[in-house]
Write a protein that binds this ligand. Structure first.
Ligand code: C5P
Length: 238
């Protein structure tokens, strides 16, 4: 049962439960971009992102990535392990896109010869600025050991998801992860993996099937999210 609200983010609300070791997460249809400057509702987004995350997290768990996911409770809700979110967002890039291209003046779609792991400080007020691991350690956001584990788990997520999506006609260009610490201090994957937090390009056409359709006013946002749910829940081709 949901008790008091613990947190409200841009896309989700988190509630306490009778069990101090568990929370309930509720997915909203709200969408924001450019650090909250652009706001809208994307119809069906909450249900789709809940369903995609609820499908992927157990697969990641089996692939050796501990996650906060316990079970899907309803169209918009899931039961998760209670964590304290580490305020370091991890971005893993397989192909250059988005802020990486802007920052470095390179063309979107440029191949990267190895994955790039970036860290940002999770702060709406500051627009999630890019940091390095020294900054996170010096300011007490995470220890060196925790950051090593976060990097290891992030690359494990990549190693699972890249072939998973490739087998479903989709290029995983980049994605953002958040990690949390359980009551006993274990680092586990939290938050979500969805078209809000990943760039997905169609393998044949490079059509964008993610939140960039909203950010860049490309239209067809709802259809793209529904298509990604279909692809995630469809058995691998070939
Ligand atoms: O904008 P940028 O290129 O840095 O985004 C990299 C990846 O991280 C994209 O898949 C984007 O959707 C995701 N991201 C996110 N939340 C943020 C920033 C980026 O999910 N606050």
């Amino acid at each position: 049962m949901k008790l008091e609200q613990r947190y409200e983010g841009k896309a989700k609300k988190v509630y306490a439960t009778e069990n101090p070791a568990e929370y309930i997460v509720e997915y909203k249809d709200d969408a924001t971009a450019f650090n909250g400057v652009k706001k809208a509702q994307i119809g069906g987004k909450g249900e789709i992102n809940n369903a995609i995350t609820a499908h992927l997290f157990p697969l990641l768990e089996r692939a050796g990535v501990p996650t906060h996911f316990i079970e899907k409770l309803s169209e918009r809700e899931q039961r998760v392990r209670a964590v304290t979110i580490i305020p370091v967002e991890v971005i893993v890039r397989n192909v250059a896109a988005g802020s990486f291209c802007k920052r470095l003046g390179i063309e979107e779609g440029t191949a990267l010869s190895r994955p790039v792991v970036e860290y940002c400080y999770k702060s709406d007020a500051l627009g999630d600025p890019l940091i390095n691991t020294d900054t996170a350690i010096a300011l007490g956001w995470a220890t060196n050991e925790e950051l090593s584990r976060i990097r290891e788990l992030s690359l494990k997520v990549r190693d699972f998801l890249v072939p998973f999506f490739a087998a479903r006609s989709t290029r995983l260009i980049d994605f953002k992860l958040e990690f949390g610490k359980t009551l006993d201090g274990t680092v586990i994957l939290a938050d979500e993996i969805s078209p809000d937090t990943c760039r997905f390009w169609d393998a044949e056409t490079n059509e964008k099937l993610d939140k960039d359709r909203f950010r860049r006013d490309l239209g067809g946002v709802e259809d793209a999210y529904a298509e990604m749910l279909r692809r995630v829940t469809t058995p691998a081709q070939g």
